[in-house]
Design a protein around this ligand. Sequence first.
Ligand code: ADP
Length: 507
Amino acid sequence: MIEVAGDRRRLRFEHVLNFDRDFPQYGTSGGVVRGADPREVWSWPLMWAEALDRMMGDVRDALGPDVSRLRAVSGAAQQHGSVYCTAAMAPRLARLDPGRPLCQQLEAGLSRRRAPVWLDGSTTEQCAAIEAALGGAPAVAKLTGSRACERFTGPQIRRFSERDAAGWGTTDRVHLVSSFMASLLAGAHAPVDCADASGMNLMDLRTLRWASAALDATAPDLERRLPAIAPSSTMAGALSPYWRARYGFPAADVVVWSGDNPSSLVGAGLVTPGRVGISLGTSDTVFAELPQPLPVSTARGASHLFASPTGGYMGLTCFSNGSLAREAVRDQYGLDWAGFSAALANTPAGNRGGLLRPWFVPETTPAADTGVLREGLDPDDAAANVRGVVEAQMMAMANHTEWIARPIARIHAAGGAAANPAILQVMADVFGADVYRAAAVNAAALGAALRAFEADARAHGHACPWPDVVAGLTDPAPGSRIRPVPAHTRVYDDLRRRYAGLEARRV
Ligand code: ADP
């Protein structure tokens, strides 16, 4: 929560609920449930509703009388997940009883108790059918910003409509997680924001409207079941009487929610073209704001073009062999992270020409099967292999994301491995750009609060430019700047081409 007093803004309140720990009755692990078919992964809309109810109560308790000062509220929800509602949902939302918990009043409003989430990989068949209907993967990517992807909402809707015709028949509204949560706050069906709608394989990325060809390729009679698409600063209404009577909130504006990836762009302060975010998590992700949709093919690998909450576009590319691969090499040579860092410090940039292709699990960019390869690299040389994995990852990211940002002004690194300066030095050297470590722990939530601030300012006639919106609240960790060594960058210019060749080699 951001507090505004005159010209001054500060982070007033941060609070975390954990689904597994705080809502054990839903039996989630990591917030999700896995089916007997390991490709099926879902969560519970009623759990999300219960968590929202608890969070709003916690906010009220923390703010005390200041709760009356709340002006606008928004949120960030995991992208791609979908919630299926019956026609009973709208009247229920409009007449929620403040004396009873929210989650107890929604069950009859759901045509499906489960919400498939982004980890679900069960829709390969549906993706193929959608791509075939629309003229192939490049055509789907050109229209919607991404080739058909298993986790995206369109293929998920298609699978549900095929497998449960009765459930689909009673479905009156399909929400994204974000628009469902905004609906709970506003007490009425909320629109989906164009940034989160980009993760569905259903929106025409150029017009920011539903693409009728994509809808037709997905499920029968889909358009009337979808929310409207709205710009990210749209007000979905005011906090409904439920929240006002139950917790004493004012009729604050509910700003449409967005997805976690678009919200992170704002929360990381990456609202200026040329600033690139790299998240070094379980998988590695490179993302940046783009002024306009570039004429690029996002049909291969895991590259996506989204609308951005800031009004432009956002490019994003994922790499599966992130921390998984770093840990595989670390463990293979019996090192801890200190030993891993020392190995990087004690080996030269360019690794004396040695290369490692670290695909310990199937890679998404470029799409490829598992396949570890070495070229000019002694498998027994621990330090050289440590450098090999990190250099390979950084060169792959640089090679496959040239379309996202050229030139790169600076990189903001986040995620668990961003704690390691030796890894960030290789990043700076390969990209030839300054690297800063992001300070925000939860960029998605911070981005949501900043979006609420921006929408409120805009609605009251003093629209605030995005660089000013994020100023002072998204700065990188002090003293975290790492500069590239020009001589090293020159070494990688050549090595990057050789690495691209190694990527193409068969095992
Ligand atoms: P996710 O959110 O994808 O689960 P995180 O961003 O929390 O992942 O990153 C966790 C990962 O960070 C761990 O799995 C670990 O591999 C990595 N990590 C933690 N500390 C270090 C370090 N000092 N050096 C390199 N990697 C690290």
